[in-house]
Write a protein that binds this ligand. Structure first.
Ligand code: ATP
Ligand code: MG
Length: 199
C-alpha cells in the first residue's frame, strides 16, 4: 500500500538524519587505495572516470596499463593527450599472445619500475594501475614488493587498481574494494566491442 505523504515525509526525515550523521562522522582525508575487481564489465572504465574527475579539478594523474593488446582505445585517444596525464602502456599482450613466460616476467618488471616512478611522484593526485592484478596472479610480480611500494607512496596520493582475481593481500590493504559481478555481456550475444563503450 502507498505511504500517505506525512508517513513518507517522516521516513525521509529519519533517513536524512542517518545520512547526515554518517557524513559528519567521515571527517578524515587520506590517499585511498581502491581495488576494482570481479568478472563484470566496468572496472577500467570506472578508473578512467576517476581520471576525468581528477582532471576536472586541475589535478594530475598517472596511468599505467599493464596488459593491453590494442592502442586504439578511446581512453588513450582522449586522456592520453591531456597535459595533466602521464600515460604508459606497459603490456605487449602477455601470456596468450607471447606464450613466453620469461619475456612476460621481464615486461612485467620493467612495467613495475615505471609504476614505482608514478607512485614516487607526489605531484600525481591519482595513479591508475590498470589490469595489474593479472601480473600478481601469474606471479610475474612479487605481491609483497608491490604492496610495500603502494604503502610507501605519498600520503595523499590515490591509487586505483583494476583487474579480475585481485589477490587477498591487495584486498586487505585497500580502503575501497568493489567486485563487479557479471550478469550479462553483449559480447556473448555476438555483439563486437563498441567504441565508447568497450574501447
Ligand atoms: P571496461 O574497460 O569496459 O570497464 P573491464 O575493465 O571491467 O571493462 P576487462 O576484463 O578489462 O573489463 O575487459 C575489457 C574488455 O572486455 C571491454 O571491452 C569489456 O566490455 C569486455 N568485457 C569485460 N567483461 C566482460 C565479460 N564478462 N564478458 C565479455 N566481455 C567483457
Ligand atoms: Mg579492464
Amino acid at each position: 500500500m502507498p505511504d500517505n505523504s506525512e508517513q513518507h515525509r517522516k521516513r525521509m526525515a529519519r533517513k536524512k538524519a542517518v545520512v547526515d550523521a554518517a557524513i559528519t562522522r567521515a571527517d578524515q582525508d587520506k590517499g585511498l587505495l581502491l581495488v576494482l575487481t570481479g568478472n563484470g564489465k566496468g572496472k577500467s572504465s570506472s578508473a578512467f572516470g576517476m581520471v576525468a574527475r581528477t582532471l576536472g579539478y586541475g589535478l594530475k594523474a598517472g596511468v599505467a596499463q599493464f596488459l593491453k593488446s590494442r592502442r586504439d582505445t578511446g581512453e588513450e585517444k582522449f586522456l592520453g593527450n591531456q597535459p595533466n596525464v602521464q600515460w604508459h602502456v606497459l603490456g605487449d599482450g602477455f601470456t596468450w599472445d607471447t606464450q613466453n613466460r620469461d619475456a612476460d616476467i621481464a615486461t612485467a618488471q620493467h612495467g613495475w619500475k615505471i609504476a614505482q616512478g608514478l607512485l614516487g611522484d607526489a605531484s600525481l593526485h591519482l595513479v591508475v594501475l590498470d589490469e595489474l592484478t593479472y601480473l600478481l596472479k601469474y606471479g610475474y610480480l612479487d605481491a609483497q614488493q608491490v604492496c610495500a611500494d603502494l604503502a610507501a607512496r605519498p600520503a595523499m596520493q590515490h591509487v586505483v587498481i583494476t583487474g579480475r582475481a585481485a589477490p587477498d593481500c591487495l584486498l586487505e590493504m585497500a580502503d575501497t574494494v568493489s567486485e563487479i559481478h557479471d550478469v550479462k555481456h553483449a559480447f556473448r550475444a555476438g555483439v563486437r566491442a563498441q567504441p565508447g563503450i568497450d574501447l
